[in-house]
Write a protein that binds this ligand. Structure first.
Ligand code: NI
Length: 248
């Protein structure tokens, strides 16, 4: 069940049975020569939507632009400042909480978002604690889950790609997007086959160290079939964890 494809009476009815919602959150940033700019937003969206369809979980619109500053030297990347992202997440949470949602499960697709998401949670909880006494705010809990850390998922990725998984523009994440959007697949020869690794500083330095955008990976291994296996494992884990969180 997707919020943006529902009517308000349908959401009202959902709230009679559950106060929990899944919010895919990611980034719009370069993902190497064959990876989609939307990869980090599409992965949690694809996994979240399937979990929603299978288990009746309500899925929010995707928060699809995040912390992508170090990718800004590549065309198409869009980034929010941390302060902007915190403010936007705060308003999303306040809006949902206003309607009675008390459990916000943020399914994240981008490692660079983690620090800011946790800062936003702190801002959201301050919003509740600083509310005037007697304002009768409903309780609110936020949970962050990075999809690649869902139980069982990294085992599947390791089996599929024992070599060249790397840490950015990985064959695993590219496979998930190819499974979701097979028509968007791109065939590109990687040179070098496996990308260099190293530290991340600012955007210009990043482009010098990692000229085609990849870090440590060979995403030419990506396939629809691999994506299907990864998504299946992730969906199973999301459903179990979401149910536990909703009932907590
Ligand atoms: Ni990514």
């Amino acid at each position: 069940m997707q919020l943006h494809l529902s009517s308000w009476p349908e959401i009202g009815k959902y709230l009679e049975t559950s106060k929990a919602i899944l919010i895919p959150i990611g980034s719009t940033e370069q993902h190497g020569p064959n990876g989609l700019l939307g990869t980090d937003a599409l992965c949690p969206e694809i996994i979240g939507k399937r979990a929603g369809d299978e288990a009746g979980i309500l899925v929010a619109p995707t928060f699809n632009v995040g912390q992508a500053q170090h990718h800004m030297a590549f065309a198409g990347t869009i980034s929010l400042r941390p302060s902007t992202m915190i403010a936007a997440m705060f308003d999303w949470a306040q809006s949902l909480n206003r309607h009675g949602f008390e459990k916000l499960y943020w399914l994240n697709g981008h490692g660079g978002n983690i620090a800011t998401i946790n800062a936003a949670f702190s801002e959201i909880y301050h919003g509740i604690s600083f509310a005037p006494a007697g304002s009768n705010r409903p309780p609110l809990r936020c949970m962050l889950r990075n999809w690649w850390e869902l139980p069982g998922v990294s085992d599947v990725c390791r089996q599929l790609f024992p070599v060249g998984e790397g840490s950015h523009a990985t064959p695993s994440e590219v496979s998930v997007t190819y499974f979701g959007y097979p028509e968007a697949q791109k065939k590109v020869e990687m040179s070098p086959k496996i990308a260099p690794t190293g530290p991340i500083y600012d955007a210009e330095d990043y482009r010098k160290r990692f000229p085609d955008g990849r870090i440590g990976s060979d995403p030419s291994q990506a396939s629809v079939e691999a994506g299907e296996k990864i998504v299946a494992a992730a969906v199973r884990a999301v459903i179990a964890e979401f149910r536990q969180f909703a009932a907590s």
